[in-house]
Write a protein that binds this ligand. Sequence first.
Ligand code: TYM
Length: 330
Amino acid sequence: MQTVLSGIRPTGNLHLGNYFGAVKNFIKMQEDNNCFFFIADYHSLTTHPKPEDLQENVRKVLSEYLACGLDPEKSTIYIQSDMPQVAELYLLLGMNAYVGELERTTTFKEKIRKQPENVNAGLLTYAVLMAADILIHNAHKVPVGKDQEQHLEMTKKFAKRFNQIYGVDFFNIPDAYNFGENLVKVPGLDGSGKMGKSEGNAISLIDDPKDIRKKVMKAVTDAGPVEKNQTKPEVIENLFSLMKLVSAKDTIDFFNDKYNSCEIRYGDLKKQLAEDVIAFTTPVRERIMDIYNDTDYLNKVMKMGKEKAIESGSKTINEVRKIIGFRPFY
Ligand code: TYM
């Protein structure tokens, strides 16, 4: 049986990028794999959240996960900071990670650009903590979006390096995973690349229909096609990519034909896209609200996840300690 793991930072509401990039694929894998899904609250400290917001954000994201179909009976769903073994593995892996390779990570370079006032060591070693998340359960597959590909490559590198240094075959070499051939990148509504929490270009699962209509109608377009069957510029391709996620094939074919014959009206396309997004998100939004208000259930899920995660994490960290030459602890 394969071990599958994925995670998400509790820094905002779950959006379509999170869902189609990671959560959806994970849900498909719950049936016949040993699955771990966690909320990366240690990771979220790189942006210095207020203590009173931290718990609240964790509960929100947990409700969203469960509403999407993550099943605590089938998977281990847990909070990263509930399993301190991951912090120990992070420390140990950090001893074999080189500053040069960490500085060259694309996400680190982007953070330096975006938050020059807060370039903390947690950002530099972000990929090491992510590797620890994955290796603490010795995962084989990691369902993530395209944006996490480089982090996964670093995890492979750290796992291989550990095995090599100690002459063991202990860590599996995990793979980024998507059911389609390529990892998914869900575009944002502003034509500027990926949908993201901090980019302000996202449609969240919790957004109400009015907000969704407003956001989609404001999406960036161009002046329209000038030649029949021309290649679509990126901003237009992005809208079609979103449609492919939520709309029926007939709808996509209809607007494609209109584009190819230069008769397209972007207003019509956006209206249809907004309605299709709403049809997709409405049942999920309703479930999120129900689960979020059920404190007992959320507490029960967190407790169950914590116990299962600690059991698996302790086993790994004990082995790692032995391999390194420490006494086992757990
Ligand atoms: P985060 O919180 O930014 O995003 C969570 C998941 O959603 C995917 N995703 C996307 N996929 C496609 N298109 C998009 N526009 C898009 N936006 C987000 C991400 O690829 C991710 O799978 N570092 C991770 C959290 C993490 C993690 C891990 C993930 C920490 N440790 C170990 C997997 C394994 C992050 O910041 O994801």
